[in-house]
Design a protein around this ligand. Structure first.
Ligand SMILES: [Zn+2]
Ligand SMILES: [Zn+2]
Length: 297
């Protein structure tokens, strides 16, 4: 009976899941920084020495975020290659161990370098990434190589770091608007520790905080999120809890409501709102007034 000589062969799902965890951690680190940075700005003012010092002291966070995004892209590419064959991820026979009397673990064999992933995709993977996606990956790869040899010389702009995260979502996860993906990742990764309703509150406040920080104009240009006052989302309301003041994340589009934070559709109906003291549109799923967020139940 023949036995497999190579053990622990990875699957595309293994790579995909690790790729998404890295992206989620990058997002998480960045969001935590922004939350704290807002306190510093509120306290000391923007572009003050305290605010600048906070940026300088956080350089290692930024380097880690960029490295995590690079890792996420790399693992995502590997997942696609692995769908064709995991062995395409290995260097040629010249680099195999000299004698292999014992079964080998896949991880002990030398893998191809990040700079060769594009070549492998071009030859073997029928449907891979756009040229802009590969250019972005190359930019991150060069940064990663540089960052491991020298420390980051300049303090990066926060928008540049945010863009690295959102471009990873755009080019490698087909999410031009990164937030529905982020909510999915938060809820999948943290659900063991936190109640799901708390996680939804957290995710929706994060959407609102980042939109306020970088501006709704930027969000419109880059993620297609309208530059207008957004309405509370009935789906998020239902999935969250104890809202004091639910941030606006949704908009009416023809006969539906679409939420830019969770990516779900809802319908609406008309009834009298006792807070607004007039007839208003209410979310069908959440039964909340789309004007003031008051619950009809
Ligand atoms: Zn929502
Ligand atoms: Zn109302």
């Amino acid at each position: 009976m023949s036995k497999n000589r190579v053990l622990n062969i990875p699957t595309p799902a293994d790579f995909e899941s690790d790729a998404l965890s890295s992206l989620n951690l990058a997002f998480e680190t960045f969001e935590r920084f922004i939350r704290n940075h807002k306190y510093v700005i509120e306290d000391a003012g923007d572009e003050t020495s305290d605010a600048i010092l906070h940026l300088i002291k956080s350089k290692s966070h930024f380097i880690n975020i960029i490295n995590l995004c690079f890792l996420s892209c790399e693992l995502s590419i590997k997942s696609k290659i692995c769908e064709v064959s995991p062995y395409l991820l290995l260097e040629g026979p010249r680099n195999h161990p000299k004698s292999a009397n014992q079964p080998l673990s896949f991880g002990s064999l030398r893998s191809i370098s990040a700079s060769d992933l594009k070549k492998v995709c071009e030859i073997f993977v029928p449907d891979h990434y756009s040229n802009s996606g590969w250019d972005f990956f190359d930019k991150l790869r060069k940064f990663r190589n540089e960052a491991t040899h020298t420390s980051m010389s300049e303090t990066p702009k926060l928008l540049d770091i945010f863009e690295i995260i959102t471009d990873t979502c755009k080019y490698f996860y087909e999410s031009k608007n990164p937030f529905p993906l982020r909510i999915k990742l938060i809820e999948e990764s943290e659900a063991i520790l936190e109640a799901p309703d708390h996680l939804r509150n957290w995710a929706v406040y994060e959407f609102d905080r980042l939109r306020n920080f970088f501006g709704s104009k930027y969000f419109k240009e880059n993620f297609g999120i309208p530059d207008t006052k957004l309405l509370p989302c009935g789906v998020c309301y239902n999935s969250g809890s104890d809202w004091n003041d639910q941030p606006g994340t949704a908009r009416i589009e023809k006969d539906k409501i679409y939420c830019y934070a969770c990516g779900n559709h809802d319908e609406y109906y008309r009834r009298h709102c006792i807070i607004c003291e007039r007839p208003n549109l209410f979310s069908k799923i959440g039964d909340i007034c789309l004007n003031c967020g008051h619950s009809a139940l």
